[in-house]
Design a protein around this ligand. Structure first.
Ligand code: FAD
Length: 544
């Protein structure tokens, strides 16, 4: 007879740390958090790349990259090429190794969520949760919160690394709008990226949520432990089975293994598309479209070696962004330029294309920007390839599958090119790698270049779609898997449509709300008048 917990949370990443911390606030509920990667229970034990906010210690970005913190996943690009897609494997998940950019999506994103059969996920509900969870010094309290667990910081202009300052000045010189608060609803323009850090200290959700909960007697954390599948009796969840065969009994299981591995765990458990399960000999418990609707922000990097003296490895790698909307999707915030002071070219795995791409052989570092399609309409798939948890699933993001995405990304690359080649940024960089003005000016040539430069934004969402069953839904509005008792999903997998922003903040908000639902609570929505008044600072959870 194995151990038994009231709740087992599978995956101690961005969402999992929040679920474990929130659910264990109720002292009578026993909670087990299982994480495949390492746990660093104190700041002194945490590696510098994970705790220092100047670095982005991911594959293909910084020398602080630690392969133990990464799943080694690749996705399918155009012509069956492989694209390196770092995915975190450590406590804190993506929030412990990512770029820390903490942007909210557009208000229209939430109209899409509602249209899929989720009336409780409109903008007033989302805004209430954003305000409750954040601690942001931004002055407008109608749209921001103080005292929440998620500290949001922006760099002052005098703190910018030289290349970040040059990016901002080039945007300014081109006449783009300044926007200090890029989290104001639907704000467009350039400015400091809101980030989850305090000074140079990264604030993963392990730091913001889990650390304060670690001493609770009702919370157990098991790191370096991989969950294979969910154990069910009929359609009722009874526990989880670990790789190696150990079974842990649970009253309820919450999956937070991320938008790539959460669907793989479900599929291995017999919850997924019947054709796939049949082909692998897995008995079908529930025929649900698990693994469809994979969203990701498609990105085309514009890169150039920085001139001597224009950067230093201790600079913040990420600090500034420009947000805009293309003529293809006006008002959608579908365009983002993310400036990075350096990428370490060497840390991209052999045989795959990372951000640095072709033409960078022999270089150590490059600078530049990600030209990101923030509102892609193509969606892809995640499908397991065997019943063995050691085999990573096949990930096909289907980048550029829709013509609208091709039209939008062309505009975004041209926007990025104009900034990259404007002063003062241009004179701090050597010749751009793998792209020139002639190619950028020609639609067909640029389209071909874009195909070859396909890069992931690492912002996977949507593979356990939150939607009504007749609209392809896998989970309901409260994260419960349709037709299965005792099973929720609370990570980026449930985010129904790709938010027009880097996915972490939306994931945190989603996790906070599903944790509240699991406790029979909710954040009272903000009504329009209240949002306008700007007076209320703190939002209490109200009993449902
Ligand atoms: C390199 C990189 C840079 C990024 N930069 C940004 C950024 O700047 N801003 C932003 O908003 N977003 C960014 N993102 C995206 C953001 O980090 C994710 O949207 C977010 O972390 C998703 O949270 P999650 O909880 O769904 O999954 P994750 O945070 O990935 O957590 C999943 C966790 O589950 C664990 N796990 C998986 N399978 C198992 C298993 N079988 N058993 C046990 N544990 C398991 C994993 O090890 C991991 O710790 C970035 C992502 C990456 C990878």
């Amino acid at each position: 007879m194995g151990e038994k917990f009231d709740v087992v949370v599978v995956g101690g990443g961005t969402a999992g740390c929040i679920l474990a911390a929130r659910l264990s606030e109720d002292a009578q509920r026993t909670v087990l958090l299982i994480e495949a990667g390492h746990d660093y229970p104190s700041v002194s034990e945490t590696p510098v790349g994970v705790k220092d906010a100047r670095y982005v210690p991911m594959r293909g970005h910084a020398p602080e990259f630690d392969p133990d913190h990464d799943w080694g996943l690749n996705a399918i690009g155009n012509a069956d090429s492989l694209i390196a897609v770092p995915q975190a494997r450590l406590i804190g998940g993506g929030s412990a190794i990512n770029g820390m950019i903490a942007l909210r999506g557009a208000t229209a994103d939430y109209d899409e969520w509602v249209a899929l059969g989720n009336p409780e996920w409109d903008w007033p509900h989302a805004l209430a949760a954003f305000r409750a969870m954040e601690d942001d010094t931004a002055p407008d309290l109608a749209i921001h919160g103080r005292g929440g667990l998620v500290t949001i910081s922006r760099s002052d202009e005098h703190e910018y690394a030289p290349l970040q300052k040059a990016f901002v000045d080039s945007c300014r010189g081109l006449g783009h709008q300044e926007a200090w608060d890029l989290n104001a609803p639907n704000a467009e323009g350039f400015g400091p990226a809101p980030m989850t850090r305090v000074g140079t200290r990264r604030l993963s959700t392990a730091a913001s949520h889990l650390d304060a909960a670690r001493g609770r007697p009702n919370l157990t954390i098991r790191a370096e432990t991989v969950v294979n599948r969910i154990v069910l009796q009929g359609t009722v969840v009874t526990g989880v089975e670990l790789v190696g065969g150990e079974v842990i009994d649970a009253g309820e299981v919450v999956l937070t293994a991320g938008a790539i591995i959460t669907p793989a765990i479900l599929q291995r458990s017999g919850i997924g598309p019947a054709d796939l399960l049949d082909s692998l000999g897995i008995p079908v418990v529930s025929d649900l479209p698990v693994g469809s609707n994979l969203g990701d922000h498609f990105s085309v990097p514009l890169l150039a070696p920085p001139r001597e003296g224009s950067w230093h490895l201790d600079d913040f790698s990420l600090q500034t962004v420009l947000r805009a909307s293309t003529s293809v999707q006006p008002g959608s915030l579908d365009a983002q330029l993310t400036m990075f002071s350096y990428l370490n070219v060497r840390t991209t795995a052999e045989g795959t294309r990372g951000l640095a791409g072709e033409g960078s052989v022999g270089l150590e570092n490059v600078a530049g920007m990600g030209c990101v399609l923030n509102k892609p309409r193509s969606v892809g798939t995640v499908r397991i390839v065997s019943t063995d948890a050691a085999d990573l699933p096949a990930v096909n993001p289907n980048y550029l599958g829709e013509q609208i995405d091709r039209d939008a990304i062309r505009e975004i690359v041209r926007l990025g090119w104009s900034v990259l080649t404007s002063e003062p940024l241009a004179s701090m960089l050597l010749e751009p790698i793998g792209l020139d003005a002639e190619t950028v000016a020609d639609d067909a040539a640029l389209d071909a270049a874009i195909e070859n430069k396909t890069a992931s934004g690492y912002h996977f969402t949507g593979t356990c779609l939150m939607a009504a069953p007749d609209r392809g839904g896998v989970v309901d509005q409260h994260g419960s898997v349709h037709g299965i008792s005792g099973l929720r999903v609370a990570d980026a997998s449930v985010v129904p449509t790709t938010p027009a922003a880097n996915s972490m903040l939306t994931t945190i908000m989603t996790a906070e709300r599903i944790a509240a639902f699991a406790r029979g609570r909710e954040f009272a929505p903000v009504d329009a008048a209240e949002a306008d008044s700007g007076s209320r600072r703190v939002f209490a959870e109200a009993a449902l």
